[in-house]
Ligand binder design. Structure first.
Ligand code: C2O
Ligand code: CU
Ligand code: CU
Length: 501
């Protein structure tokens, strides 16, 4: 099945529906009932599907810090169903943190002690997971530590030196993570270093999500096919805004932190007429900037880019998610490319170029591994948890069991994990609790070393590819590892690592 989005070949009924939506995506998704200023008004623009770029870019709202002592960050996050006016006609029910989807940006510094009160005002259990951050296991929002409806929990952790990077937070309840995220619950979490080598370069945080609305403007439930291949929406949003436009003086240099907060969509990003300068991944800066024409952001991954806008005045360039075939049994998904946003230059003279430091920071190699853990990713057809069409998604031939320990390691031991994807589709593999480094990839009998060292917490494994990563857990306790296509995670493609003291 070929999914077509934003296509001129869309059947008439669907085209009318999407064009109707297109005219009203001018404001970020902010709840009417959440008390957020200005949220009740929806501006109407003349944007159409084929002419993106009329909506203004909106930065995420920062979560206010209520702490009264230095090096502390305190706040409350409440998850709650909220009604938002997204399109002409019926309001849309979303699930939001503090009335916002995406949730507010948490913006802290290395060394800060973070204390977040979570109020679960959903009708089902939930948790907040601090994706990628080195937080103790009992503070990490594991599915085994769910907060019941109406319940509260305070998450507390201190962010160590060296943890600066772009992270995120999202729910992680047993078997309903995919639903809570597609209903709107996710936010970005930036940790800043005390001294930033890229200080002075203006920055934008971009949370990319996708949303699937039905003809009544409601977020649809997953189909059996979604359960199998992972859900992709029919609206791609940046900070809740559809196809925003970023207008800058020609030649302007900016730093973009991009988070792929979708359940299953791969973002193979390219900026028309520009190269991209990759300066960081999930766990922060790399050693030297890498100039590329495109960068692949699998679900849950983040990238930091330095973008220097064209010196030409009055131009507009689309950032696109290029076609990417992530494979699937009986289905070839995501073969079309879609616009994400536009970068436009205003009139006037070009800003002067900004020189980047030749070395951004050092990314130390981990030592030799004490052991190798083997992780086999497979899928099988036939009846599974996802219903008649759902299959089984397995790790080491097992489906997730919250009461079972799958792998055992030891605090501070360096390990290699050999993640062997023997299935027919890509799986973005994620391990909680720490950042790791990709060592090499093997496919068709050929092994290729990673081109440079980087701290990451998600690695994409292509179909029939084995990826070797090096990792060191520094805190004892139980950690989740799983596919970050959230439908696969919830269908059982997850395990528990017990890190012994
Ligand atoms: Cu982003 Cu286990 O999660
Ligand atoms: Cu995580
Ligand atoms: Cu998967």
């Amino acid at each position: 099945m070929k999914k077509r989005l934003y296509s001129s070949n869309t059947p008439p009924s669907r085209r009318v529906f999407m064009a109707g939506l297109a005219s009203t995506w001018a404001l970020p998704i902010v709840g009417c009932g959440g008390g957020s200023a200005g949220s009740a008004t929806i501006a109407v623009s003349s944007t159409t599907i084929t002419a993106p770029g009329k909506n203004t870019f909106r930065a995420p709202t920062s979560l206010a810090n209520t702490a009264t002592v230095p090096q502390s960050f305190s706040a409350t996050l409440a998850a709650k169903a909220t009604s938002v006016q997204l399109a002409t006609g019926a309001a849309t029910t979303v699930w939001a943190y503090n009335g916002m989807s995406p949730g507010p940006l948490i913006d802290v510094q290395e060394g800060d002690t973070v204390s977040i009160v979570f109020n679960n005002q959903l009708a089902q259990e939930s948790t907040i997971h601090w994706h990628g951050l080195p937080v103790p296991p009992d503070q990490d929002g594991n599915p085994m530590d769910a907060v019941p409806p109406g319940g509260s929990k305070t998450y507390t952790f201190t962010l160590p030196k060296g943890s600066a990077g772009t992270y995120w937070y999202h729910p992680h309840p047993h078997m309903t993570t995919h639903q809570q995220v597609y209903m709107g619950l996710a936010g970005c979490f930036v940790v800043r270093p005390l001294v930033d080598p890229l200080a002075g370069i203006p920055e934008r945080v971009m949370v990319v999500s996708d949303l699937r609305l039905d003809v009544n403007n409601q977020i649809t439930a997953n189909t059996p096919m979604d359960a199998r291949i992972g859900r992709e929406g029919n609206q791609l949003l940046v900070n809740g805004v559809r196809m925003p436009d970023i207008a800058v003086q020609p030649g302007t240099t900016e730093r973009w932190r991009i988070l792929n907060a979708t359940n299953a969509r791969y973002l193979r990003l390219a900026l028309q007429g520009h190269t991209l300068n990759v300066v960081g991944h999930d766990g922060g800066l790399i050693e030297q900037a890498q100039i590329v024409t495109e960068t692949l952001l699998a679900p849950a991954q983040r990238v930091e880019l330095i973008v220097q806008a064209s010196a030409q005045a009055n131009q507009s360039f689309a950032l696109r998610a290029l076609a990417y075939d992530r494979g699937a049994m009986m289905a070839s998904v995501q073969v079309d490319d879609v616009p994400v946003l536009t970068l436009s230059t205003t009139g006037g003279a070009a800003a002067s170029a900004v020189a980047l430091p030749p070395v951004l920071r050092s990314v130390a190699a981990l030592g030799n591994p004490a052991r190798t853990q083997s992780v086999l990713l497979t899928e099988s057809m036939g009846p599974g948890m996802g219903g008649a069409m759902g299959g089984q998604f397995l790790i080491n031939n097992k489906s997730f069991d919250p009461n079972r320990v799958d792998l055992v390691s030891r605090v501070n031991d360096v390990e290699d994990w050999l993640i062997d994807n023997q299935s027919a589709m890509d799986h973005p593999f994620h391990i909680h609790g720490t950042q790791f480094q990709v060592v090499s990839r093997t496919t068709g009998g050929i092994t290729t070393n990673a081109p440079y060292r980087a701290w990451v917490d998600v690695v994409n494994t292509r179909a029939r590819e084995a990826v070797r990563v090096r990792i060191q857990q520094t805190m004892p306790g139980k950690r989740m590892f799983h596919c970050h296509i959230l439908e696969h995670e919830d269908a059982g493609m997850m395990g528990i690592l017990d890190v012994l003291a």
